[in-house]
Ligand binder design. Structure first.
Ligand code: MRU
Length: 366
C-alpha cells in the first residue's frame, strides 16, 4: 500500500500533549501521568533538578518521552539567567547532564538526549555559533524541539513500516504503555502501526495487560486508545498466556527502553514472558523503537535494570494489598533475548535477524 506521509499527518492528529514547552518564559510543562486517567493535571518545571525528579517520580515516563524531557531539562540549566559566560554555561550543562542521567537507569533515550544536547552546546561554543549565553539558550531550545519533531516523524515512519505486519481484523497484544504518552508525541511506538492502520480504515484492536505495579496498561494505554476510538480490551497480567493460547492474538507489539547490537530488547517487566509464550505458540513478536533507543556499545552485563520502591508492590495506588514489611523484589524492566524477537521495527525500516549484522546496516551506524 502506498502511503502519503503528509496525508497521514492530517489523519493522525494526536489529542494528547504530555510535554509542552513554553517559549515566553522558558518553562517545561508536563502532564502528570501518575494521576491519569482520573485527573489531567500539568506541572511546570524551570530547572534540571526538578526535571530529573519528575522523571524519577514518573510524572513523565516512557523512553522517548524521558529523552525529550531531559533535552528540555538541559535547556532549563542555562535558561534562567544563572550563568553569564559561555564557559560557565558549559559547566552548568555538564552538571545538568549528570543530574538528569541519574534519574532512571534503563532507558537509553535519556542518555542519548543529554549527550546530544551537550555536544550541540559544546560545538556551538567552539565554532563561534553561540556568541553569548542568550544565543546558546536559543540554539538548545531549537535542538530540543528538533528532538521532539524527529521523534514525531520517526513514529509515523514506524507506523508505516509496521503496517506491513498488520492484516485487517488483527488483534495486537502489547505491554505497558508504549503509546503517545510514553513518547510525548501522542502517537507512540508500539501503538504507531495500530494508529496508522486505524487511520487508514484497517480494522485493528489491542489487548492491553494492566502492567503491575504502575498499571501503565490499565491507566494509560487503555485511556489513550479509547480517546482515539481504537478498540482495546484490558486484561490482567496473568491472563497473557491464556489469551495467546486461545488464539486471540495475531501478533505482539511492544516498545523498548533499550535495544543492544545483538538484538536484546529491554522493556517493561512482563515483556519477556510475552515473547517466550509468543515464540512457543508461533505468534510473531515485534519490538518497535526509534534509533535513539539503540545502544550499540553496551553488553547485557552493562545494562542496569531499574528496581523501584517495594511499596509499589505492597500497595496498589496507596492501598496495602500484602502484609506490611513483606520482602519485595521489584525490577521494573526485563530483557528479551534475540531468539524470541521476530523483528525490530524502526523509523529506518524493519530489522530481521541476524541482528548484530542487520542493526548497524539498517540504522546506518557502525
Ligand atoms: O517505567 P516506564 O513507564 O517508563 O516504562 C515504559 C516502557 O517500558 C515502555 O514500553 C518503553 O519505554 C517504550 S515507550 C515508547
Amino acid at each position: 500500500m502506498r502511503i502519503d506521509i503528509e496525508e497521514l499527518k492530517n489523519k493522525i492528529k494526536p489529542k494528547l500533549r504530555p510535554i509542552i514547552w513554553r517559549d515566553e518564559d522558558n518553562t517545561l510543562i508536563l502532564l502528570d501521568q501518575r494521576k491519569l486517567p482520573f485527573e489531567e493535571v500539568y506541572v511546570e518545571l524551570r530547572d534540571p533538578v526538578s526535571t530529573a525528579d519528575a522523571i524519577r517520580q514518573m510524572i513523565v515516563r516512557g523512553a522517548p518521552a524521558i529523552g525529550i524531557t531531559a533535552a528540555y531539562g538541559m535547556v532549563l540549566a542555562i535558561a534562567h539567567g544563572n550563568t553569564s559566560t559561555l564557559d560557565e554555561a558549559l559547566k552548568e550543562l555538564a552538571r545538568a547532564r549528570e543530574v538528569l542521567n541519574a534519574a532512571r537507569p534503563t532507558a537509553q533515550n535519556l542518555f542519548w538526549a543529554t549527550e546530544r544536547m551537550y555536544n550541540r552546546a559544546r560545538n556551538a561554543v567552539n565554532n563561534g555559533e553561540a556568541r553569548n549565553v542568550k544565543e546558546l539558550v536559543e540554539i538548545l531550545r531549537r535542538e530540543a524541539k528538533a528532538i521532539f519533531d524527529e521523534e514525531f516523524n520517526a513514529e509515523l515512519m514506524m507506523g508505516v513500516y509496521g503496517l506491513e505486519k498488520i492484516s485487517d481484523g488483527d488483534t495486537i497484544l502489547t505491554q505497558c504503555n508504549a503509546g503517545g504518552l510514553a513518547t510525548g508525541t501522542g502517537i507512540g511506538t508500539a501503538t504507531a502501526p495500530v494508529r496508522v492502520a486505524h487511520a487508514l480504515g484497517i480494522r485493528v484492536s489491542v489487548i492491553a495487560p494492566e502492567t503491575r505495579p504502575w498499571l501503565q496498561g490499565a491507566r494509560l494505554t487503555v485511556y489513550e486508545l479509547m480517546a482515539d476510538g481504537i478498540p482495546v480490551t484490558l486484561i490482567t497480567d496473568t491472563a497473557v498466556g491464556y489469551v495467546m493460547y486461545k488464539g486471540m492474538v495475531n501478533s505482539v507489539m511492544v516498545g523498548a527502553d533499550r535495544i543492544l547490537r545483538d538484538g536484546h530488547v529491554y522493556n517493561k517487566i512482563g515483556t519477556f514472558k510475552e515473547a517466550v509464550i509468543a515464540h512457543e505458540l508461533g505468534i510473531p513478536f515485534y519490538a518497535i523503537a526509534p534509533s535513539s533507543t539503540f545502544d550499540l556499545k553496551s553488553r547485557v552485563e552493562d545494562v542496569r535494570i531499574e528496581e523501584r520502591d517495594p511499596d509499589e508492590v505492597r500497595k496498589i495506588r496507596g492501598v496495602p494489598i500484602a502484609p506490611e514489611g513483606v520482602p519485595v523484589f521489584n525490577p521494573v524492566f526485563d530483557v528479551t533475548p534475540p531468539k524470541y524477537v521476530t523483528a525490530l521495527i524502526t523509523e529506518k525500516g524493519i530489522i530481521y535477524p541476524p541482528f548484530d549484522k542487520n542493526i548497524p546496516k539498517v540504522l546506518g551506524i557502525a
